[in-house]
Design a protein around this ligand. Structure first.
Ligand code: ATP
Ligand code: MG
Length: 352
């Protein structure tokens, strides 16, 4: 029997409600598929932990996490008691950086049983691969005075290594899907980094002749996400462009509460981290109505990453059947609780 060691960090707010829910689903899925088992270790690192210890995680926190096969995270942040820059940089961004999780992958799919806010969404099902370590979010720049003016300068950094590895991942992913990669560019306006991005994209696509490619300027691409999202398969984007595109992707699915995400380490030296798109949602904490689907779908992404593809597919199928049956939390227009949705997913998994 295969055993996977998972570090579980529920974090703050509704993370503590949806993570246990998703762990229950993971256990049911493992039970169903006999051949796998999960060993969890839970860590209380969060804003509450910060209030008691003055840090978001202990000094040896990263050493502890290093040995796990994956990190399963809920949400981080409770701005009423700890400023976001302290909580995010002290835990989430620290792990992403130190564990070289250089890409962020976010699917967007019109799930059966869900209504998109789009009038004619078509049957969209795509993945955005976002470069997660460099690009426009760099620390290079500053503010200067020029004559009587004040000037802020912000540099973007695109390394060949970082660009290639994000694109390679996108092409490999496309080969497991419909075989199409779209590159998000803006080389008509950004005249140094984006032509470089285009050049590397051309080179990498040369290595994968069986994959269909196109390049679309980010402004048009954002519009296409709204007017014809069904044309996309895999999209590869820089850090900033990917950030914006993935928010649109989450929005057109119907609720941020269903959107999953993964921070992937590509060099195999450190574990990857699986964390839904939504935050700690302080406004609904403790009400028992947090949508667990985003966290459960995130668990499916973790299963896929570990190579447990059949189990992952079974989880997504169960999610869709439950939504189709009308069992939904209030953010999706339903009246069910977190636990009721979770129980329904487990019931469907066991029926199969
Ligand atoms: P962060 O800065 O961590 O992204 P945020 O407050 O900006 O936090 P969220 O925590 O994602 O963003 O909350 C945004 C809105 O979406 C809130 O109104 C919240 O209640 C709602 N929301 C987020 N996640 C869920 C969920 N799983 N189920 C139901 N509603 C959710
Ligand atoms: Mg936010």
């Amino acid at each position: 029997m295969k055993k996977w060691d998972i570090a579980v960090i529920p974090g703050d707010g509704i993370g503590r409600e949806v993570v246990p829910a998703a762990v229950r689903v993971l256990n049911a899925a493992a039970e169903l598929h006999g051949g796998i088992k999960f060993a969890y270790e839970e860590f209380p690192w969060s804003c509450d932990y910060y209030l008691q210890h003055g840090v978001m995680m202990p000094d040896n926190g990263l050493d502890i996490l290093k040995g796990f096969d994956a990190i399963f995270l809920g949400a981080v942040g409770n701005p009423a008691v700890v400023p976001d820059h302290v909580s995010l940089w002290g835990l989430l961004i620290k792990i992403r950086r130190e564990f070289e999780q250089s890409i962020n992958v976010r699917p967007a799919k019109l799930l059966k049983g869900l209504a998109s806010p789009l009038k004619h969404p078509g049957e969209f099902d795509f993945m955005v691969v976002r470069e997660n370590s460099e690009g426009e979010y760099s620390e290079i720049g500053g503010t200067i005075h020029r004559g009587d003016d004040e000037v802020a300068i912000q540099s973007a950094v695109f390394t060949r290594k970082g660009t290639e590895r994000a694109m390679e991942y996108a092409f490999r992913l496309a080969k497991q899907r419909s075989g199409r990669v779209t590159s998000a560019t803006k080389s008509n306006g950004i005249i140094h980094s984006m032509p470089f991005w285009d050049k590397v994209f051309k080179e990498i696509s040369g290595r994968h002749p069986e994959v269909e490619t196109n390049s679309v300027h980010i402004d048009a691409l954002a519009a296409f996400f709204v007017i014809r999202p069904h044309i996309f398969d895999v999209i590869v984007a820089s850090n900033l462009f990917g950030d914006i595109l993935t928010d649109i992707g989450a929005a057109i699915m119907g609720s941020i509460g269903v959107a999953p995400a993964a921070n992937i380490n590509l060099n195999g030296k450190f574990p990857s981290m699986f964390e839904p798109v939504h935050g700690s949602a302080p406004d609904i904490v403790g009400k028992g109505i947090a949508n667990p689907i985003g966290q459960i779908w995130t668990a499916k992404m973790m299963l896929d990453h570990l190579g447990e593809l059949d189990t992952g597919a079974a989880v997504l199928d169960a999610i869709e059947r439950v939504l189709e049956s009308g069992v939904k939390t209030p953010d999706l227009g339903g009246t069910s609780s977190t636990d009721e949705v979770t129980d329904a997913v487990i019931r469907v998994l066991r029926e199969k």
